[in-house]
Design a protein around this ligand. Structure first.
Ligand SMILES: Cc1cc2nc3c(=O)[nH]c(=O)nc-3n(C[C@H](O)[C@H](O)[C@H](O)COP(=O)(O)OP(=O)(O)OC[C@H]3O[C@@H](n4cnc5c(N)ncnc54)[C@H](O)[C@@H]3O)c2cc1C
Ligand code: FES
Length: 259
């Protein structure tokens, strides 16, 4: 799989919600190579060596012409540095295997918390299928409205969109997975999801019950992001089966995962 190692000039780095930033940079070649669900290994270009040496993984959030954005939450040193940076990022990507957009049937994108990050780019690509009469539904959940960073961008896709918050500050008061049954009655759905593990587990269970295809994007800590360190292994189905999230994924069919 082809990837680039580049230093990219930052166009914008904006705090879109408290502690959540959208960082945009320009690179035409990277924009052309990127596919929804793939990720970038990123760090601040001028970080001294004593700062986190390793790059951090972030999903490709949006691609518009030659502009690429990531959407990230400040967690520790790497993301604190990234939130402060305004000049350049040093990155490798696109990496990993992304979502497979099915050629038939309806499509639901289900995101929870920061799991919405890869789904905007995926929504942009799925929107092109709309003319062919397929239903495309977006379900977004968060703990509270202040942690729902990209709802307006999803709204601008012009696709049916439902939101839910645990505290009822936006949309349905409850879990986003509660909205699956009522909004996805009938038809053959393919579900593509990203979010906290318990949410994806529930999404996968509902899909298994209906016989629907389900793709999940897994998150682990990563050192290399390219299959060299084997540090990103998670248990797959079967005793000796391990999935290496960076190269076998991060997107997997839900039935490959040992939930
Ligand atoms: C394929 C992939 C795609 C990702 N895409 C995104 C994305 O689009 N947006 C985004 O915000 N994040 C994303 N992440 C998570 C992101 O990589 C981590 O949040 C980031 O590496 C944290 O780096 P840090 O240096 O700030 O924190 P660290 O110093 O590495 O960690 C600080 C502390 O937080 C813990 N921690 C690390 N990551 C997380 C986490 N995700 N949640 C809770 N605690 C954590 C660590 O165990 C440690 O205790 C993705 C991860 C993967 C594997
Ligand atoms: S992060 Fe090194 S092999 Fe996956």
């Amino acid at each position: 799989m082809k990837h680039l190692q580049i230093r990219a000039k930052i166009e914008k780095n904006i705090e879109v919600c408290p502690g959540i930033y959208r960082l945009t940079f320009i690179n035409r070649k990277l924009a052309e190579l990127s596919r929804p669900g793939q990720f970038l290994m990123v760090k601040v270009a001028r970080t001294p060596a004593i700062e986190p040496v390793l790059r951090r993984p972030f999903s490709i959030h949006q691609v518009k012409d030659d502009r690429i954005s990531i959407l990230f939450k400040v967690i520790g040193r790497g993301t604190e540095n990234l939130a402060k940076t305004i000049d350049e990022v040093d990155l490798i990507g696109p990496l990993g295997k992304g979502y497979q957009i099915p050629s038939r049937g309806h499509i639901a994108l289900i995101g929870g918390g920061m799991g919405v990050a890869p789904l905007l780019f995926l929504g942009q690509c799925c929107r092109k299928l709309k003319q062919k009469g397929r239903e495309i539904l977006i379900l977004l959940g968060a703990r509270t409205v202040a942690e729902m960073p990209a709802a307006e961008d999803f709204r601008q896709l012009g696709l049916p969109l439902k939101t839910a918050t645990d505290d009822g500050t936006a949309g349905y008061h409850g879990l986003i997975t509660d909205l699956m049954e009522g909004n996805m009655a009938g038809g053959n759905w393919s579900v593509m999801t990203c979010g906290p593990q318990p949410m994806m587990n529930e999404v996968a269970d509902q899909c298994f019950a209906q016989g629907w295809n389900c793709q999940v994007s897994l998150e682990t800590t990563m050192a290399c992001g390219m299959g060299a360190c084997l540090g990103c292994a998670v248990q797959g189905k079967g005793r000796e089966s391990y999935l290496h999230v960076c190269k076998d994924g991060p997107v997997f069919s839900a039935d490959q995962v040992d939930w």
